[in-house]
Design a protein around this ligand. Sequence first.
Ligand code: NAD
Ligand code: WQD
Length: 339
Amino acid sequence: MKKILLTGGAGYIGSHIAVALVDAGFEPIIVDNFSNSDRSVITAIESIVNRKITFHEADCCKFDSILKIIKEEKTIVGTIHLAAYKAVGESVEQPLKYYENNIGAMTSVIRAASESGLSNFVFSSSCTVYGTPEIQPVTEESPWQAAYSPYGYTKQVCERIMHDFQISKPNTKQVSLRYFNPIGAHPSGKIGELPLGKPNNLVPYLTQVAAGIREKLTIYGDDYNTADGTCVRDYIHVVDLAAAHVSALRFMMENNTSQLSVFNIGTGYGVSVKEIIDLFQEVNNMKVNVAYGARRKGDVEAIYANSEKANRELGWKAEYSTKDALKHAWNWQQNLQEK
Ligand code: NAD
Ligand code: WQD
């Protein structure tokens, strides 16, 4: 089995990638410091794939530790780098924490991989690099705007690092995947999003209200220039998102050209906040307590992906519907309650 270094592999998206890698015949080597995840996730991954998973507890900012892991594991053939902090609001309050961790981890992982002779590097970027786009859907060529948050800026800087690194080492193969809004959970209900404290994102907040953990969901603004007045996003099932990483690895391994490629990973359609709530209630046959509130500072009115490049070049497309994702999100929340 080909070994893949998977940083941040105990997290929400990383755990689903670990499963997708095993299903595709790769062996994930997880590196995580559990700063935003739990050790039990490793066991949960193992119970889905029915085999032992190798993991190393380490800080990705520490170059020597990452280099040592790559040397110990010997036959690693690629890297998927996810390890980062991701809370937009916290990044505004504690920018240095985000610059240090997200950019520090990027430079040390990319350097350790390169110094060990590894090519095939996948990075988890975000649609946040586009800011507030003027034209929908956004393509990979859509212009970037000044990042609203330090978190968003770290994604722009990390993509720039990949760009500069590619120029300095033209034989490298790199892919940056710009995720749109990942939601849902593994259909087994064994892994999913584990928000520590009050969730920032819509779907985990919604499932916590449905579960009675929070009193009500506030819709942040209904006076936007959209069909129903609420913001529009491209919600991608996390299992589909995970599959895109396997496609990206295969793309690099099967393609002779050394280059940096960028792909939007979304469904290609926009869904409003109100539609998410309605679909959630319909598919899970329940009523959720909702109130209208003021706009949230920094929110983008609407953004959804043109993912044709990923369809065409990676042979990847989203398979799950929004309804599937909302069903799986609720299934996961219910299982969490029972733990
Ligand atoms: P997550 O917090 O669940 O997972 C990140 C994992 O990285 C956690 O397990 C955390 O413990 C680990 N980590 C953080 N810093 C580390 C370090 N220095 N060393 C080792 N491990 C470290 O987040 P997620 O939602 O799974 O996001 C994964 C990646 O995808 C992140 O880079 C994030 O910015 C990016 N992304 C996420 C979203 C989203 O909405 N969830 C959207 C676009 C991009
Ligand atoms: C979605 C919509 C809210 C909570 C964030 C990051 C972005 C990317 C994905 C990493 C918005 C509305 C939310 C609530 C609400 N992450 N909402 N009530 O803001 O699109 O993107 O996660 O790269 O960088 O910014 O996602 O889930 O927070 O919000 O009405 O309680 O739901 O206003 O319109 P967002 P989100």
